[in-house]
Design a protein around this ligand. Structure first.
Ligand SMILES: [Zn+2]
Length: 145
């Protein structure tokens, strides 16, 4: 039976990214819950690393937030903490908010242009080294757990 649990470690990384990446600063104060799942989720026969979901109004009594970001642990095997930080960064780009609305932002390419430009198309392949100051620092936050 797969289970999802709240992850303080991923919450710390997400908070760090929101506070330190200009393109994510509009998410400051948003109510996002970070979850860790034991499910080896697949879509189109490909491993899904993370998923961002908007919480439906009717479910907010149980899940008191606007968005959840879930990381699928079995699919993260072999990835460095830095790569996991980029997964969280990627998922945060799916959080769409303005003054009146909240939505799931779709990819602009097969990924987000910003992620590809910064980290290359192979960023999520095990063994790829991510060398970015913000990512390294966010990873360090997660490692202190
Ligand atoms: Zn995505």
């Amino acid at each position: 039976m797969d289970s999802r649990t709240i992850s303080e470690k991923y919450a710390k990384i997400g908070k760090y990214l929101i506070e330190n990446v200009g393109e994510l600063s509009h998410l400051e104060g948003e109510n996002i819950i970070y979850l860790s799942s034991t499910h080896a989720k697949k879509a189109n026969r490909k491993k899904v690393l993370g998923q961002c979901e908007k919480v439906a109004d009717k479910n907010k009594w149980a899940i008191p937030c606007d968005f959840t970001i879930t990381l699928f642990e079995p699919n993260l095997e072999g990835l460095s903490m830095e790569q996991i930080v980029v997964v969280i960064w990627h998922e945060l780009l799916h959080v769409g908010v303005d003054d009146d609305n909240k939505w799931i932002e779709p990819h602009d390419l097969n990924d987000f242009k910003m992620i590809i430009e910064k980290f290359g198309v192979k960023w999520s392949v095990p063994g790829t080294v991510i060398n970015d100051k913000v990512v390294l620092m966010a990873a360090a936050e997660g490692r202190t757990e």
